[in-house]
Design a protein around this ligand. Structure first.
Ligand SMILES: Cc1cc2nc3c(=O)[nH]c(=O)nc-3n(C[C@H](O)[C@H](O)[C@H](O)COP(=O)(O)O)c2cc1C
Length: 314
């Protein structure tokens, strides 16, 4: 059986993100994959309007799609992307984060929320994996939210991230081609993706460097101080990406280590079950607001001041 693998980039034409992606995809093709590749810069992607018509429809058991479906290329791309076995995303870092071209694309995925659509039987479940490549001119220090920002966009369409590369110090157009080790690592990502695809979905594991990042669960390199959550759950330290909760401990060799608590994966955002907890949160908070006529009346009164407040624009 031929696996379908897609590459999605948002970098300059014929430059680092494209070359690293092509190197990874070539490894997939060598192993018989049916490969597709796009650069988001070639497409028209509008910003999410925030209307939430899609999720409102889903909450009523209907797949209504997105109000922008006929106005840009997002749906055309998603129809192909969600039909893949694996997708490799290769995205430049701008201002420490994934570039806006990619984020605008990713943040239009709510209408394709796979767990919701599966729950209302609008789509069949499909196990999908992803490889992520962040490409920046600097070191980790100036790419501090780059891979993490990409990881955060994987939940909505339920991509299991199995490998990640932080491609550092490649500012110049095509400069990655001078770094043989980096190009070889990109090739290995393609091989890792193929090996993972040949593994039964339930047994698929992280294929990247075992010691990558702080978080032993999602391999992000970003931790935050915990605060009491909406339901009272509290962890001293949380993984910024997957939400794993735990604390920092010093190892025998004097290094700090993030240790996940026994119940620390209760709200693991990389799993459908963990994300369901967030739905509970939304239900409680929004339900408490929309379902309360007194609160809605208060907002209607208080907003008049702001609706009628105007400042000069540009
Ligand atoms: C507006 C802008 C902001 C950037 N910000 C960062 C940054 O915060 N960190 C970093 O490492 N590189 C940054 N870069 C460098 C790019 O990530 C780098 O040139 C990369 O190779 C671009 O990928 P590409 O060659 O695939 O287009 C920035 C580049 C631009 C144009």
């Amino acid at each position: 059986m031929s696996y379908k693998v897609m590459g999605v980039t948002a970098g300059r034409k014929n430059s680092n993100s494209e070359y690293l992606l092509k190197e990874a995809l070539s490894a997939c093709q060598e192993q018989g994959a049916d490969v597709t590749m796009i650069n988001l810069r070639d497409y028209n992607i509008l910003d999410c309007t925030g209307c939430t018509a899609c999720t409102k429809g889903m909450s009523e058991g209907k797949n209504v799609g997105c109000v922008l479906d006929k106005k840009d290329d997002k749906k055309r791309i998603m129809d192909v992307m969600l039909n893949q076995d694996a997708v490799i995303f290769s995205v430049p870092t701008y201002d420490l984060m994934p570039t806006a071209t990619y984020l605008a694309f990713a943040q239009r995925s709510l209408a394709f929320e796979t767990a919701f659509l599966e729950a209302i039987h609008a789509i069949e479940h499909r196990d999908r994996i992803a490889g992520l490549i962040s490409v920046g001119g600097s070191t980790r220090s100036w790419q501090s939210m780059a891979l993490e920002g990409m990881q955060a966009t994987m939940f909505t369409t339920d991509f299991k991230v199995v490998d990640m590369i932080l491609a550092t110090q490649v500012p110049g157009n095509g400069q990655c081609l001078l770094n043989d080790e980096l190009m070889a690592r990109a090739h290995r990502m393609g091989e890792n993706i193929m090996e993972c695809l040949r593994t039964p979905a339930a047994e698929r594991k992280w294929m990247g460097e075992e010691d990558m990042g702080w978080c032993p669960n999602c391999h992000s390199n970003a931790l935050v101080l915990g605060e009491p959550q909406w339901d009272g759950l509290y962890y001293p330290i949380e993984c910024q990406v997957c939400g794993a909760g735990g604390t920092l401990e010093k190892t025998e060799d004097g290094k700090w280590k993030f240790v996940i608590s026994e119940d620390g994966l209760l709200k693991d955002r990389t799993t459908v079950e963990g994300r369901a907890k967030h739905l509970e949160e939304i239900g409680t908070i929004q339900g408490g607001f929309f379902g309360d006529p007194e609160k809605l009346k208060q907002v209607a009164e208080k907003k008049i001041k702001y609706v009628n407040m105007h400042f000069k624009g540009v």
